[in-house]
Ligand binder design. Structure first.
Ligand code: FES
Length: 106
């Protein structure tokens, strides 16, 4: 288990336990973290699981693959550290990961 912190637009931080191998999106849904809708269930086909990876974690979390890049075009207010959280797999070295949820999805 590792911990992931989700921070919403109001600045409210929620730190939850995440299972290695699960996705950041699944972790959010399982823990009732608001601000992530995940309409397609993790198929990289909806862009409603959009998050901003905190600057200090951006390199470790890695960048979006091409399919994810294409889908991000449909996300609201995309920034350089935008990712689809269903495409970020939880790993041991992501313990302490911080992501911000956007003002709205889609
Ligand atoms: Fe649909 Fe991530 S849950 S793209």
């Amino acid at each position: 288990m590792v911990s992931i912190t989700f921070i919403d637009v109001q600045g409210t931080a929620r730190t939850v336990e995440a299972e290695i191998g699960a996705t950041v999106m699944e972790t959010a849904i399982r823990n009732g973290v608001p601000g992530i809708e995940a309409e397609c269930g993790g198929a990289c086909a909806c862009a409603t699981c959009h998050v901003y990876v905190a600057e200090e974690w951006a390199e470790k979390a890695g960048g979006a693959e091409s399919m994810e890049e294409d889908m991000l075009d449909f996300a609201f207010e995309v920034r350089p550290t935008s990712r689809l959280s269903c495409q970020i797999r939880v790993r041991e070295d992501l313990d302490g990961l911080v992501v911000h949820t956007p003002a709205r999805q889609g």
